[in-house]
Design a protein around this ligand. Structure first.
Ligand code: ATP
Ligand code: MG
Length: 684
């Protein structure tokens, strides 16, 4: 071994070395979290370079662009020169590079925002909501179908709703006519080529390394098998226990059955976890050994002592946030992980209020959710009846049958001429049948002006009819209503702290500002469990560990025969999160969520520290959890959102509160610092 090779192998254990210098034939490194898989893969690339492999032929595939950048950085540190020509990236970019090398005319690639623009146009012609999230939902759905090329036809026959089929085929037609591709077309094109011809076998001499191989999908694998069919230099690392993209079509069985396609497969198991302390490793194992669909692996830590894993039960989301903020005062690098992005709302709000800098991926932003933005448009309009942007946004939510855009200019003109607000001028413009809707809107906005956010939101949802709009939307788009309503339930919790609409609007823009400044180097990082894969942190909080959240009720919405599979994927997701921790792991289940009683996740039951501390009985299995689920759903059932804002609330009146239900008003007080509501102006 040369000096350079020595350096490349320095600090590695025996098995890791064996993997780095393994013969060039199909190899799988199969091992648990923190065992050095990514480390080995990176060093392997260096080793092959050192052995004289041509950098242009070396490829390292990662699952995200962020992971690719991380690997590039690690390599560049050691070998700044030869790594420049190295190819590191995602499957999509790998295949694109290969297709381009064949130097055929490849259609131009649609950029993300161009794709969105096309969908936006298609949707707007159909009078469908054209918001970011809706557009993304369509693009994701289209991507899922294409990533499973083989399933596409069957899926079409099955449950894809008509609207989706129409929109996706219009999108495909547009691309074809204008000679464009999207990223999934790259996969499909590669797949077609390797399937129908052997031409790509010319591409011999590639050294392909793949990280996180457990998340490969069927089509990517088929292509890969062909690509390495001659040279057969395939080196993959993975952990079946960390497969969390089944919902997108990834399949961990591919890794477990590699030997079927490659009979001379070398299999290397890495034995030790370098990442975590003993108590954390124990908790992780207690959890994952409950899964049946897995390969057992020998697994041990290095015997590093450390703090016990903690389980905390704060009263609600705000207390949870406060406890996190108290803990991070010591400056220890901390990640806060959650199952769904909405769960980051409370902590984000508190961090912004306290001026603590933090990192959160922009796509997790709560106040950018389109339903939330709709509600804010109502707020803005109430605050300023000349806010045309806001008016345009909500004019047909719910439907008020005002289309086209000429009315905007006309409206502006009329309002100037008659010295009225845009909103007041609006009814004069419209055809007779619309006037009623617009008068009504005008009145509603005037009414909103007098409400605090906690009352304004239910008013918009029930009286103005925004929830009805979402119901129609869910029906049309074939999506789950509960999911669409969730941000609004969360918004209700957020609203409690604001005396008036304006202060809430201002807060949202402060949060927006903070997100723009958000930087990955911040000491505190917020992200979903999915997003945390492959990373590690000294301290990890996993928040909102509730029965409906993990396993997530939406993911369990699958045919009976798939329930177990999906349940186990949810458990793996929690496992991925827990295994990110180096020194401290804190699991948190609040006693209430969004103001309603919440139950701890059934997965926690298998973790000793939780079981020892649980005062209430923990949910045992899938069936009990289903019951809880049904129970919670019932609670969630849209309560008749009758509001009594048309009457003065006075002592003795019977009211129906959206959160607390039916009751009698015992006392009316104005809270200090909260602006007393304006008197009934006689508008209603
Ligand atoms: P995951 O499954 O979570 O992706 P992994 O198997 O890819 O984990 P790595 O991220 O490569 O694990 O390594 C985990 C940590 O252990 C890293 O901080 C790495 O630097 C360290 N590590 C790996 N091997 C060794 C070793 N032989 N000696 C000391 N530290 C090591
Ligand atoms: Mg890794």
């Amino acid at each position: 071994l040369t000096g350079a090779t020595d350096l490349i192998l320095s600090g590695l254990n025996e098995k890791q070395r064996e993997a780095v210098i393994a013969d060039e034939k199909p190899t799988v490194v199969f091992a648990g979290p923190g065992s050095g898989k990514t480390t080995v893969l990176t060093r392997r690339v260096l080793y092959l370079l050192e052995q004289g492999a041509c950098p242009e032929k070396l490829m390292a595939v990662t699952f995200t662009r962020a992971a690719a950048q991380e690997m590039k950085a690690r390599l560049q540190e050691v070998m700044p020169k030869s790594t420049q020509k190295l190819w590191i990236g995602t499957f999509h970019s790998l295949f694109l590079t290969i297709l381009r090398e064949k130097s055929e005319a490849i259609p131009s690639l649609l950029k993300g925002n161009q794709q969105k623009e096309i969908i936006r146009k298609i949707l707007s012609v159909r009078e469908q909501p054209t918001d970011e999230e809706n557009i993304e939902a369509y693009l994701n759905q289209i991507g899922l179908c294409k990533g499973n090329a083989i399933l596409l036809e069957r899926m079409n026959v099955q449950k894809r709703n008509i609207l989706f089929r129409e929109i996706s085929s219009e999108y495909e037609n547009w691309k074809q006519k204008n000679n464009f591709w999207d990223y999934d077309d790259i996969l499909l094109e590669m797949y077609q080529r390797v399937k129908t011809s052997e031409e790509l076998a010319e591409l011999k001499g590639r050294f392909v390394q793949v990280d996180e191989f457990q998340d490969i999908n069927w089509i990517q694998y088929q292509i890969l098998v062909k690509l390495v069919s001659q040279h057969r230099s395939l080196f993959v690392v993975g952990d079946d226990d960390q497969s969390i993209y089944g919902f997108r079509g990834s399949n961990p069985r591919i890794m477990l059955q590699l030997h079927k396609d490659f009979p001379d497969l070398q299999r290397i198991v890495l034995p030790a976890n370098y990442r975590s302390t003993e108590p954390i490793i124990q908790a992780n194992n207690q959890l994952i050994r409950q899964n049946r669909l897995r390969q057992a692996k020998p697994f041990q830590g290095l015997g590093i002592d450390g703090a016990k894993v903690e389980w905390i039960e704060p009263q609600d989301e705000n207390e949870e946030a406060e406890r996190i903020i108290f803990r991070i005062k010591d400056g220890v690098e901390t990640a806060v992980l959650f199952r769904t992005a909405t769960q980051a709302r409370a902590l984000t709000d508190v961090l912004v209020r306290k001026g603590i800098s933090f990192f959160i991926p922009v796509e997790h932003s709560f106040y950018r959710r389109w339903q939330v933005q709709d509600v804010f448009a109502y707020f803005r309009l109430a605050n300023n009846p000349n806010d045309l942007d806001a008016l345009v946004r909500i004019i047909n939510r719910p439907k008020r049958y005002l289309f086209g855009e000429e009315w905007i200019d006309a409206c502006r003109y009329l309002s100037k001429k008659t010295n009225r607000t845009v909103l007041d001028a609006l009814p004069d413009l419209s055809r007779l049948d619309q006037v009623r809707h617009l008068r009504e809107l005008s009145g509603q906005i005037r009414c909103l002006r007098q409400l605090a956010p906690v009352d304004a939101i239910p008013y918009i949802r029930a009286t103005v009819g925004y929830d009805r709009f979402l119901e129609d939307f869910a029906r049309g788009a074939g999506t789950d209503l509960e999911h669409l309503l969730e941000p609004l339930d969360e918004l209700m919790v957020a609203a409690e702290l604001f005396p008036d609409l304006l202060s809430m609007i201002k807060h949202a823009s402060r949060v927006e500002e903070a997100l723009k400044q958000s930087h990955p180097a911040a000491k505190i990082k917020l992200m979903t469990l999915h997003r945390s894969k492959g990373l590690e942190f000294d301290r990890v909080f996993i928040i909102g560990l509730h029965a409906m959240i993990i396993p997530h009720y939406r993911s369990l919405n699958v045919p009976e025969y798939r329930k177990n599979e999906v349940w186990e994927e949810e458990r793996r997701l929690l496992y991925v999160g827990m295994t990110r921790a180096r020194k401290e792991l804190i699991l948190s289940s609040t006693k209430t969520r969004q103001g309603k009683r919440a139950h701890p996740s059934p997965f926690l039951r298998d973790i000793d520290v939780v079981r020892e501390h649980a005062k209430q009985e923990l949910i045992v299995d899938q069936n009990t959890s289903k019951m809880v689920q049904a129970m919670n759903r019932k609670e969630l059932d849209r309560q008749p959102q009758m509001r009594f804002i048309h009457e003065k609330i006075s002592v003795g009146s019977e009211i129906l509160h959206t959160r607390f239900g039916k009751g009698i008003v015992e006392d009316v007080v104005s809270i200090e610092g909260v602006a007393p509501r304006q008197k009934d102006s006689g508008l209603f």
